[in-house]
Design a protein around this ligand. Structure first.
Ligand SMILES: Nc1ncnc2c1ncn2[C@@H]1O[C@H](COP(=O)(O)OP(=O)(O)O)[C@@H](O)[C@H]1O
Ligand SMILES: O=P(O)(O)O[C@H]1O[C@H](CO)[C@@H](O[C@H]2O[C@H](CO)[C@@H](O)[C@H](O)[C@H]2O)[C@H](O)[C@H]1O
Length: 455
């Protein structure tokens, strides 16, 4: 094994963006090239990991190289490598500000470097020459903000094919949708085995002076808890009007996606397939989170009800992982981000036509999350639990009303599919939390008691 792959074996599992947590590594190889030979030198590596369960994944890791250790970059240090008698020091290039300019310079020029191809969208200015600052929120990918003008998102896990984030943003821009940020360009890398190129990165206009929905919603919940006996509609930080606008923004995005991307009426087999897939996902999730087993019977009934449904659903492209952390509130309204779907799903399945209720369910789950997350670190308090539920119910209803007014169809009626999609999302969240934030596992687990019909 090369010195570099040894470093990756140590360093990658500790990175927030690494999706293979909890899996044992069987083998690792890497292939790299130089993207920029300036100071510092910038190299890009595709790291191919094979796990003992046979699954293979490829991650993208850009490194910056220095002749001496840089104290100010201590938290970005990956390791030292000896070459021809000298030691060079490798850093996480996304945290090394001096190594961030080449991405935009190449995008502005539309260059190709080795296997990597940079494509400007031809709309809006690319602020080349500026350094980028890493976005510090918890992320599946890694983003750099360039001078509050543009945001560059590096997709860490590579798969052949155009990333839906680039594809959908491009389509919604053509539809002139007001609830998205403009696409400024994207980057692809050739596949070594001749498959379609993988999308490496996306550049978008940065939305300044905005707050994300999670921050706003949880501030509203905090206000409610601070106010002794008042109800959600009586305290200053009521979020319902914003939830309603968010419902309308979601409906607008769905309507445009259905207009400019393919659609298809759902046939009976689709409901059967969705029901089976949910059950399979539950089986896999129980392996990771054994506590899910106590809800399994109830959940299987909820999923079985989907197979027999006669709902009229038009399948279309959807967001796929819509939650309060994916929406930004500006002075004028909501912007929806990150159309790449659930990061753990294979790319092909993230591009499949689906029910828009998948996104409605994601957002309904998120209201539940926002309401409950403060309870996790508190001793049990039935009064607060009641208020959390009240807050969630109020905002869920407002979101549905906003969606319904804007699209002329109520997404939240008594739908077996919606209930099953909510349960399926909560099962996904249990696995996500067990792997990334075990202290939050209780949030989706407690919701599952309700969704599986035990509460
Ligand atoms: N166009 C944008 N303008 C302003 N902030 C953005 C923009 N795009 C993303 N962000 C910020 O970056 C965070 C992560 O972006 P996101 O696309 O959701 O990445 P990930 O796929 O890693 O979750 C968002 O929660 C938001 O705070
Ligand atoms: O934003 P990502 O694409 O990285 O999505 C993943 O991480 C999310 C957490 O950051 C996770 O969302 C869950 O926690 C949110 C609060 O942090 C909450 O608003 C969501 O409702 C809940 O699902 C998401 O599931 C995961 O895919």
């Amino acid at each position: 094994m090369s010195a570099l792959t040894e470093l990756f074996r140590e360093w990658i599992p500790q990175q927030r963006w690494f999706g293979g947590k909890g899996r044992e590594w069987a083998d690792v190889t890497e292939e790299g090239f130089f993207l920029d030979r300036g100071n510092p030198v910038l190299s890009v590596h595709r790291v191919h990991i094979e796990y003992t369960d046979g699954v293979r994944e490829t991650y993208l890791v850009p490194l910056s190289w220095r002749d001496q250790q840089a104290d100010e970059l201590e938290s970005a240090f990956v390791g030292a490598v000896a070459s021809e008698g000298n030691e060079t020091f490798a850093y996480d290039a996304m945290r090394d500000r001096e190594a961030t300019a080449p991405w935009l310079i190449h995008l502005a020029q539309g260059s190709s470097v080795g296997p990597m191809h940079f494509s400007p969208a031809g709309e809006g200015d690319i602020p080349e020459g500026l350094p980028g600052d890493i976005v510090s929120t918890e992320q599946s990918n890694t983003s750099l903000v360039y001078g509050q003008e543009a945001i560059f998102k590096l997709f860490r896990r590579l798969e052949p094919g155009l990333n839906p984030d680039v594809e959908v943003h491009g389509a919604l821009r053509r539809a002139d949708n007001p609830h998205i940020a403009s696409l400024l360009g994207h980057v692809e890398i050739d596949d070594p085995s001749g498959a379609e190129p993988a999308t490496v990165a996306m550049l978008q206009t940065f939305v300044p002076n905005a707050s994300d929905g999670w921050r706003l919603a949880t501030a509203s919940v905090r206000d409610l808890y601070a106010e002794g006996d008042l109800h959600a509609d009586e305290v200053g930080g009521d979020f319902a009007a914003d939830s309603e606008r968010l419902g309308a923004a979601t409906a607008s995005v769905h309507a445009d996606m259905a207009e400019v991307l393919p659609t298809e009426a759902a046939a009976a087999e689709w409901f059967t397939t969705v029901s089976r897939q949910m059950s399979e996902r539950l089986d896999a999730a129980i392996e990771v989170v054994p506590q899910l087993a106590e809800h399994a019977d109830g959940l299987r009934e909820v999923y079985a009800a989907v197979a027999g449904t006669e709902e009229r659903v038009v399948r279309q492209r959807v967001h796929g992982d819509l939650h309060l952390g994916q929406v930004l509130r500006t002075a004028t309204g909501w912007i929806i981000l990150d159309f790449e779907g659930e990061p753990a799903r294979p790319l092909a399945s993230r591009r499949e036509l689906d029910s828009p209720l998948r996104d409605v369910a994601g957002m309904l789950r998120s209201f539940d999350y926002a309401a409950r997350h403060l309870l996790v670190e508190q001793p049990e308090d039935p009064q607060r639990e009641y208020r959390a539920q009240e807050w969630a119910a109020r905002n869920r209803a407002a979101f549905c009303a906003g969606y319904s007014h804007a699209r002329g169809l109520d997404p939240c009626g008594d739908s077996p599919l919606l209930r099953a999609l909510e349960a399926d999302k909560a099962v996904y969240e249990c696995v996500y939390e067990a792997r990334n934030r075990p202290h939050w596992l209780m949030i989706p687990l407690q919701s599952l008691a309700r969704l599986a019909g035990r509460d």
